[in-house]
Design a binder for this molecule. Structure first.
Ligand code: ATP
Ligand code: MG
Length: 400
């Protein structure tokens, strides 16, 4: 247990150090004034001897000793999950590319909106990204008048067409309107929104969960890959957004008899207060230590448990998933939950992040996918039986 805790602490420190170097060190350009940005510093008090930052890891064999092993499932399933995670997780160089682009964009945007600040959010920053994850951006425009997002995005669209490093700009008029674009000549895609600051708050909440236990990041990456492979991970097509899936995994881990995770909003209200000034939101995770769980389940057991929970135990018609409260809440008759197939509470705004699932046929497909994968995995105990592991690894590793 002590070794495991130390490993979890070390892991959290290394990751924070990497982010710190990315956001502070490697982007320092002496001749250009550094733009104000959020900073990321490690937890000095907890880690008197800083470990070295490892180079991006290319495993030959899964690093399975870091994770609890379950012999009843055989070590295979957990090993496969670790291997998939280690091959697909976002690399330091991927984040560096995104951050370089963010810095350039912020500078160019400030030629029009002088006090604008651009935040990298979503899986690029929350520790749950893959090599192929897009980069979500939130442009914060402070001031007395709330600007119309469509107007600002139209102005930015015009600006971006003149930038040499941006291409394929597209304005998407969704509930939260976004400007989608690519870095020129690359496969790096950006989604930029205006003042949707809840995305900054929940990014740093998710980041704290991601590093609270060593098993969280591999578990979530595998679930995201599984959902994507089974075509139930696309909110624009009426299925689950990645964000919804992440909250579903966290909820499962919070509600086990021996929880793997607590409610961080309950335990650290000062770090995740919903009206905390946006500039200090990125500080929150620094004050959250790893959670010491008594649950020693292996990754394979947790994956099977997750599929089983949503295939058979969870009452979709009666329950609301609340990561904020670390429990399932009874579904009441309010407008938010009434006649909704899936109810997942946004931890800050308390609205339904799964509202995209509004067709019964899609809801049935999601439930059927959980049931079918649960049955197959219970039977075969081989990740390849529900996911083309090798093909996914090959696809991710050919990214530059
Ligand atoms: P991927 O790696 O697939 O890109 P992601 O973590 O970036 O996954 P998305 O579903 O693309 O997840 O969402 C990006 C970010 O936008 C989330 O991390 C979250 O901060 C924010 N977000 C998405 N949906 C909502 C929502 N309904 N309410 C509030 N914030 C949301
Ligand atoms: Mg994203």
């Amino acid at each position: 247990m002590v070794t495991y805790t130390l490993l979890a602490l070390t892991c959290a420190f290394v990751s924070c150090t990497v982010i710190c170097l990315c956001l502070i060190g490697s982007f320092y350009v002496p001749e250009r004034e550094r733009l104000p940005t959020y900073e990321w510093k490690p937890y000095p008090a907890l880690f008197p001897v800083p470990p070295r930052v490892p180079a991006p890891y290319t495993p030959t064999t899964p690093n399975r000793r870091k994770y609890p092993v379950c012999m009843c499932l055989g070590p295979q399933l957990s090993d496969q999950m670790v291997e998939l995670f280690e091959a697909c997780q976002q690399q330091t160089s991927d984040l560096a590319r995104k951050e370089t682009c963010r810095t350039r964009l912020q500078k160019d945007i400030q030629s029009i909106y002088a006090v604008a600040r651009l935040y990298l959010t979503g899986s690029s920053m929350n520790g749950l990204g893959c090599r192929s994850s897009d980069a979500d951006l939130c442009l914060v425009l402070k001031g007395n008048n709330r600007p119309d997002p469509i107007h600002v995005l139209t102005v930015l669209q015009r600006l971006f067409k003149s930038l040499s490093y941006v291409e394929r700009t597209q304005l998407i008029r969704a509930k939260v309107p976004i400007l989608r674009f690519r870095e020129k000549g690359s496969d790096l895609e950006f989604d930029l929104n205006i003042n949707n600051t809840v995305g900054i708050r929940n990014t740093f909440l998710l980041r704290s969960y991601a590093y609270a236990d060593l098993r969280i990041r591999p578990m979530i990456l595998v679930v995201k890959k599984w959902a994507r492979h089974n075509q139930i991970n696309d909110a624009s097509k009426g299925t689950l957004s990645s964000y919804t899936l992440v909250l579903m995994v966290l909820h499962y881990l919070q509600t086990l008899k021996e929880p793997v995770l607590p409610s961080l909003q309950r335990d650290y209200p000062e770090c995740f207060y919903a009206f905390l000034d946006i500039d200090v939101v990125p500080e929150g995770p620094k004050r959250v230590p790893p959670y010491i769980s008594t649950n020693q389940s292996s990754l394979g057991e947790l994956l099977l448990g997750f599929l089983k929970y949503y295939a058979t135990d969870f009452r979709w018609d009666k329950q609301v998933i609340s990561v904020r409260e670390a429990k399932a809440l009874p579904k009441n008759n309010s407008k938010e939950w009434r006649n909704k197939y899936i109810c997942v509470e946004e931890p800050f705004e308390k609205n339904n992040v799964a509202r995209a699932v509004h067709e019964k046929i899609k809801f049935d497909a999601i439930k059927a996918t959980f049931a079918e994968s649960c049955r197959i995995l219970q039977d075969r105990k081989d990740l390849n039986s529900i996911l083309p592991v090798r093909a996914i690894i090959n696809k991710e590793s050919c990214r530059r």
